[in-house]
Design a protein around this ligand. Structure first.
Ligand SMILES: NC(=O)c1ccc[n+]([C@@H]2O[C@H](COP(=O)([O-])OP(=O)(O)OC[C@H]3O[C@@H](n4cnc5c(N)ncnc54)[C@H](O)[C@@H]3O)[C@@H](O)[C@H]2O)c1
Length: 271
């Protein structure tokens, strides 16, 4: 499988290095790497694999394109990517825009390409999806708690935090409303809203919690409710560096997701 990587931040660098190291044994090969500032690629990526103009991605013939930069790139290029290749969307919070969500689903169907959504830090994603597909999912809540330095918020909701202040709920409500406030911190909630598509971004609830005690890990709590009193509650502790948006185990989770992307038809597939 030829892989195109779009974005060369933490996750992009991790994936490029891993494909370079483990590519032959996993059957993955780099088709191209793009970053908005291509100088950043010079020392790590062979010149022939650097894509300078993203509009020229079709010339590289990637089987799978992986977005690991920003929801804005999903909006701008996602439908074009999907018309040519399978597409692993690293910033699924972009799908909280119902028009884009619909457009991506239509393009996937039309071209027989798969829109892959990585579970990331969401534990039990496929189980939630099964419950959803049986029509027996009635409620879903995802709470993400991190040290305040780990949040990247688009509004000034947390600038006054001080070390030792403890726990504070930053925002609580439908995932659709939380995505624009914290586009880099809500991919797990977005994956939950996609797995639980009968509830969707407006029906699945999220909560972002700042907690100064969480210096070494992030916590993701998922509460699933089904019919006849069915409930599941999971608590995932993910070791993370202070100030890191992404917990350590999420990198490996993303790599496992990439290994799944071999084509599952024209649909959305949680992996
Ligand atoms: N689904 C998951 O499990 C998961 C896990 C971690 C990160 N993410 C998401 O993946 C993306 C990358 O994460 P990361 O940790 O590598 O982030 P990062 O900040 O380390 O890297 C982001 C890269 O994208 C570039 N970028 C930022 N905004 C851009 C824009 N508007 N246009 C073009 N390029 C832009 C930056 O220059 C940087 O090179 C983020 O959206 C993040 O929220 C998803």
């Amino acid at each position: 499988m030829q892989i195109g990587i779009v974005g060369f931040g933490h996750l992009g660098q991790f994936l490029v290095e891993r494909i370079q190291k483990e590519g032959p044994k996993t059957g993955l090969k780099l088709a191209f790497v793009w970053n908005r500032n291509s100088d950043k690629l010079k020392d790590s990526v062979p010149e022939e694999l650097i894509l300078h103009n993203l509009l020229e991605f079709p010339k590289r013939g990637a089987d799978v394109i992986v977005e690991v930069c920003h929801p804005r790139i999903v909006k701008e290029f996602g439908p074009q990517f999907l018309s040519q290749s399978h597409f692993l969307v690293g910033s699924p919070s972009a799908l909280s825009d119902p028009d884009l969500d619909q457009q991506l689903r239509s393009v996937a169907k039309l071209h027989g390409k798969t829109l892959y959504v990585p579970c990331g830090a969401l534990w039990g994603g496929p189980d939630i999806q099964k419950l959803n597909d049986c029509g027996t999912l009635t409620a879903l809540t995802v709470r993400m708690s991190k040290h305040p330095s780990c949040f990247r918020l688009s509004q000034d909701l947390l600038s006054d935090w001080s070390e030792g202040e403890g726990r504070r709920v930053i925002v609580s409500g439908p995932v659709a409303e939380i995505c624009p406030l914290a586009p880099n911190n809500v991919n797990t909630m977005a994956a939950a809203a996609i797995a639980g598509s009968t509830l969707g971004f407006s029906g699945v609830r999220g909560e972002l919690v700042s907690d100064t005690a969480l210096k070494d890990y992030h916590v993701v709590e998922v509460e699933v409710t089904g019919v006849d009193g069915f409930t599941v509650k999971t608590v995932r502790r993910n070791p993370a560096k202070l100030g890191a948006v992404t917990g350590n185990a999420t990198y490996n989770s993303f790599w496992s997701s990439l290994l799944v992307c071999r084509g599952h038809g024209g649909r959305v597939y949680l992996c």
